[in-house]
Design a protein around this ligand. Structure first.
Ligand code: KG4
Ligand code: ZN
Length: 347
């Protein structure tokens, strides 16, 4: 089965044509064509994503990207219905509706977070041999949550941020350090340099909720602590790098503690991370170490860094896995609505 997927929930316009087949214990995917256009540089001057600009850019980019897909054949169209920025989501939905009608194929709404979760389990195009339950840590610009998948496509959220998403904290702290948006990769680069030079930050940051005993997190206090710590100070390059490392350490310490708690609470046999912040090498290493040291029987699946950010391949894979399992949620185009805070859906 071949699916053409559209993703426009935030500041990336993504299209992907993916073929999926059922194999023993799972699925096999072949990405036949994928396109991704980032608008991040346009949002940089606002220090975050500006919804109406995102909407206009998707409107402009969708037909341009679709030209390369128009002559290809596919059995269904999938489109992200949420969560995300509603004006941006609507652009993808309206466009996908037209394509599905023109090609006379079904239109299937997809959940963005399920896309991150399912695609992060895929290894070299293969998604099989996964031992349930799966614990997923989904970390992005809009979300920070622990989700347990006890059977395929059945989800339970066991923890989430009580305020800001971790990616948002990376982006805001980067801005305080005069680093460009999106800030995550820049903080990470400076932090790595500081560790290589063994620089120590004189400024120390809190590890919010680290001892709460729950799987919930909070990042707004960390952001405010960074703001006060930096107020009126001019940091040297080395001090700035050391501060970036301290911030990344604080985030990683929190995720190590919360993942330990979540693994105990969920009794998961597989642990996966997904979302834009899952590209962070230091957080990946720290979580890898936690599993090696304390949960050697839990299988760790780390996604390819190339697919951690928003893209349409993940949407195609999640929808293919569902369709090939006979879980149809095909909708009449008119029924599909953008839902900004759509929570991860169940079977
Ligand atoms: O999943 P994503 O592409 O979009 C949303 O759905 O939000 O995540 C974007 C977020 C941004 O906040 C960005 O700064 C962060 O992911 N990010 C990183 C890294 N790469 C991207 N954060 C930390 N370290 C990274 N290497
Ligand atoms: Zn995302």
């Amino acid at each position: 089965m071949r699916i053409l997927a559209f993703e426009t929930s935030c500041d990336e316009t993504g299209l992907a044509l993916v073929e999926g087949t059922t194999v023993a214990g799972g699925w096999h995917f072949v990405v036949e064509k994928a396109a991704l256009l980032s608008q991040a540089h346009l949002h940089a001057e606002y220090g975050g994503v500006y919804p109406n600009l995102a909407k206009r850019e998707h409107e402009k980019n969708l037909p341009i990207l679709y030209r390369d897909f128009a002559d290809l054949s596919f059995d269904a169209v999938a489109v992200t219905a949420g969560p995300g920025l509603e004006p941006a989501l609507w652009q993808g939905i309206e466009f996908a509706k037209r394509v599905a009608a023109e090609k006379n194929v079904p239109l299937i709404p997809a959940n963005h977070m399920e896309g991150h979760l399912i695609s992060s389990l895929v290894q070299k195009g293969e998604l099989h041999g996964v031992t349930l339950p799966v614990l997923a840590l989904l970390i992005s610009g809009g979300h920070t949550e622990f989700v347990v998948m006890d059977e395929w496509f059945n989800y339970k959220k066991i923890g989430e941020t009580l305020d800001d998403a971790v990616g948002e904290a990376f982006d805001k702290v980067a801005r305080m350090l005069a680093l460009p948006y999106p800030g995550g990769p820049h903080i990470s680069k400076h932090a790595t340099a500081a560790r290589e030079k063994k620089l120590q930050s004189v400024i120390k940051l809190p590890r919010p909720m680290i001892t709460s005993g729950t799987c919930d997190t909070s990042f707004s206090g960390l952001k405010t602590a960074a703001l006060y710590a930096l107020k009126g100070k001019t940091l040297s390059d080395d001090e700035r790098a050391a501060f970036a490392a301290e911030f990344e350490d604080a985030v990683a310490d929190v995720f190590v503690a919360k993942t330990r708690q979540a693994l105990i609470d969920s009794d998961a046999k597989t642990f996966v991370i997904g979302g834009g912040v899952a590209a962070n090498r230091y957080i990946r290493e720290r979580l890898e170490q936690l599993l090696l040291d304390e949960f050697p029987d839990v299988e760790l699946r780390l996604p390819d860094i190339a697919i951690t950010g928003d893209n349409a391949i993940m949407i195609a894979q999640a929808v293919l896995a569902r369709r090939l399992s006979g879980i149809a949620d095909e909708k009449d185009g008119a029924e599909i609505r953008a839902v900004g805070n759509l929570s991860i859906k169940n079977k």
